[in-house]
Design a binder for this molecule. Structure first.
Ligand code: NAD
Length: 502
């Protein structure tokens, strides 16, 4: 496997300057396909958080960002989209090098990130308020105003795209930002910072800090000058974010984990359901919060469906993610690889049947990276660990069901509620299930998709708030109510009191 080492020197972005960490420390970042170091990045700490928050505060309070017209903000955001498209191939390679996703998926992520900036550029002039009829001679209206400084903390599974989902709507609404990428995947977020500067987004509006979550993430979440926190990551870290931000009553939005069901009824187009279900679990090596990790098969099609599904899953080409022919890359880190393997061990010990994979590939070259074969467990019970906890790897649990009520009960029986897929050609059943399943994102006869136009987020412990679409503007603005007295008569409450009763 070819090794590429980036020779570029990466810096934090604070107040429009590319700077080292205050401590001068750096940390290595790796290629998950080889576990070789590909770059060193600054290891920010609390002092850097203070500097970045101060820069974001100044840029928000003193401008010029807040004073720009929506159209001027939009122009700069469109420029970000343009540069992302101009540099698509280079950024996609960097993404693959740092997070291991196959190059075709990285190209799609860069294109989707550009689309996200364009989409929100188009919404900058749409922060509409309301006029509200009132009793008496009062005129009432609302305006939507940005929160101010937004702390944004993102995970490693879609490093650039998660940054775009957070930065673009926050900018459209006129906020300033301190963004912290995941420690495992700092590179493309730093590149996005450079692009924002090149696109003439004023100094201090976008600040980017790389460093450990427990220190940098926590310092952002606690900081009294940060008005809002947007976090994507594990549910457990989300709980910690809520605790840390409680001290200053921050506005918080959370996009957390999932254990999403994928339900196949006998009346579906079964070939399409097989193909869609493969996509729903094995893309990004299963490291998708919306991965459909529990495949519910109706008992009448269970065996036939599985034999086709397993045959196709067994042919997925695992290998060098930079090669166009490769269909699945490694998981993010040695640690994650060990974690996934321990879930596999646990599933076996709890009695699930290993029908495919379950180990690292034998190939000597692949042994150096964090590769795991596509893995399928059958005869899974919905209460087993493998069906309840988020694995975040290429591991699927297959569970048979008898009827609609039983499958709805099992589908809903987790702490999560992020997404679900239903394969059926029965129109009534499709919509009935869409209503009965407690999840924020349902797809019918389609594996999973998150375009910028549609809201995205979780029920239950999968999150708080909705990203993407117009709904994301609600996450980054607050409503101010203004009441205006239009009466000719002078207001005088106490002057109206009957004489002698004052
Ligand atoms: P993680 O929770 O470990 O880390 C997420 C981010 O939080 C990282 O930047 C990390 O450095 C930071 N962090 C860690 N500890 C922190 C702390 N104590 N205080 C503040 N920040 C801290 O998650 P991950 O392993 O990077 O990502 C995988 C998880 O993300 C999965 O659970 C997945 O389901 C979830 N995810 C959810 C969505 C969604 O939209 N619902 C999308 C992608 C990923």
């Amino acid at each position: 496997m070819a090794t590429e080492v980036t020779t570029k020197e990466y810096r934090l972005l604070i107040g429009g300057q590319f700077v080292p960490a205050a401590s001068g420390e750096t940390f290595p970042t790796y290629n998950p396909a080889t576990n070789e170091v590909i770059a060193h990045v600054p290891k920010a700490g609390r002092e850097d958080v203070n500097r970045a928050v101060a820069a974001a505060r100044k840029a928000f309070d003193e401008g010029p960002w807040g004073k720009m017209t929506p159209m001027e903000r939009a122009k700069r955001m469109r420029r970000v989209a343009e540069i992302l498209r101009e540099r698509l191939e280079e950024i996609a390679r960097l993404e693959t090098l740092n997070c291991g996703k196959i190059i075709i998926e990285s190209r799609a992520d860069v294109a989707a990130s550009a689309n996200c900036f364009d989409y929100y550029a188009n919404l900058t002039g749409h922060m509409w308020g309301e006029t509200i009829p009132m009793n008496g001679p009062l005129f009432d209206y609302t305006v939507r105003e940005p929160y101010g400084v937004c702390g944004q903390i993102i995970p490693w599974n879609f490093p650039l795209l998660m940054a775009a989902w957070k930065v673009a709507p926050a900018l459209a609404a006129g906020n300033t930002i301190v963004l912290k990428p995941a420690s495992a995947t700092p590179l493309t977020a730093l590149v996005l910072g450079e692009i924002c500067q090149e696109a003439d987004i004023p100094d201090g509006v976008v600040n980017i800090l790389t460093g450990p979550g427990v220190e940098v993430g926590a310092a952002i979440a606690e900081h009294p000058d940060v008005d809002k926190i947007a976090f994507t990551g594990e549910t457990e870290t989300g709980r910690e974010i809520l605790r840390l931000s409680a001290g200053t009553i921050k506005k918080v939005s959370l996009e957390l984990g999932g254990k999403s069901p994928n339900i196949v009824f006998p009346d579906a187009d079964l070939e399409e359901a097989v193909n869609g279900s493969l996509f729903a679990i094995f893309t990004n090596a299963g490291q998708r919060c919306t991965a459909r990790t529990r495949l519910f098969l109706h008992e009448s099609i269970h065996d036939q469906f599985l034999s086709d599904f397993i045959a196709k899953a067994g042919k997925i080409r695992v290998g060098d993610p930079l090669e166009d022919a490769t269909q699945m890359g490694p998981v993010i880190s040695k640690r994650q690889c060990e974690r996934v393997l321990s879930f596999i061990e646990r599933a076996r010990s709890e009695g699930a049947n290993l029908a495919l994979g379950g180990k690292r590939p034998d190939d000597e070259v692949l042994q150096k990276g964090n590769f795991i074969e596509p893995t399928i467990f059958t005869q899974v019970q919905n209460d087993m660990t493998i069906a309840q906890q988020e694995v975040f790897g290429p591991v699927l649990s297959v569970i048979p069901f008898r009827d609609e009520s039983e499958v709805v009960e099992m589908a809903n029986n987790t702490i999560y509620g992020l997404a679900a897929t239903i394969w059926t050609n029965d129109l009534k059943r499709a919509h009935r299930l869409a209503s009965r399943i407690r999840a924020g994102n349902i797809s019918i006869n389609f594996p999973t998709v998150n375009p910028p136009e549609a809201p995205f987020g979780g029920f239950k412990q999968s999150g708080i708030g909705r990203e993407l679409s117009r709904h994301a503007l609600d996450l980054y603005t607050q409503v101010k109510n203004v009441v205006v007295n239009l009466a000719d008569e002078r207001f005088d409450w106490y002057g109206k009191w009957p004489v002698g009763q004052k």
